[in-house]
Write a protein that binds this ligand. Structure first.
Ligand code: FES
Length: 134
């Protein structure tokens, strides 16, 4: 079985961006997939409400590595609210699609990012306007 991967997926898999960890992350998100056992950790550094730096470590399949790499590229420089709005569908679209059986891998990347942002909000206060104003 060899699902058809886009060139972008293969490129990000071979040359993943923002791999590693931050020394003093402002927020950390860990997400695991109980089915395949893959695990992803995302660290963010926040400055003026924006993601100034972001790193990831993924113990998982090629699609998980490619989607983590892409999600870090998409989130960098964005406000926390904008990064929170990134969905797994957005990540897959930016990669020119993923094979259907690999869509859950992009879920891991988006969820880990969202958890890192929530972790930041928990530690430093803040959150989306609808929650703050509710
Ligand atoms: Fe587990 Fe892709 S197979 S994240």
């Amino acid at each position: 079985m060899s699902p058809a991967y886009s060139e972008k997926v293969l490129e990000h898999f071979k040359n993943p961006r923002n791999v590693g960890e931050l020394e003093n992350p402002d927020g950390v998100g860990v997400e695991g997939n109980p089915v395949c056992g893959d695990l992803m950790e995302i660290h963010i550094q926040v400055q003026d409400g924006r993601i100034a730096d972001i790193k990831f470590k993924t113990f998982g399949c090629g699609s998980a590595i490619a989607t983590s790499s892409m999600v870090t590229e998409m989130a960098k420089g964005k406000t926390l609210e904008e990064a929170m709005a990134i969905t797994r569908g957005d990540v897959a679209n930016e990669l020119d699609g993923l094979p259907p059986q690999k869509m859950h891998c992009s879920n891991l990347a988006a969820d880990a990012l969202h958890k890192a942002i929530k972790d930041y909000w928990e530690k430093h206060g803040g959150g989306p306007p609808e929650e703050a104003g509710a």
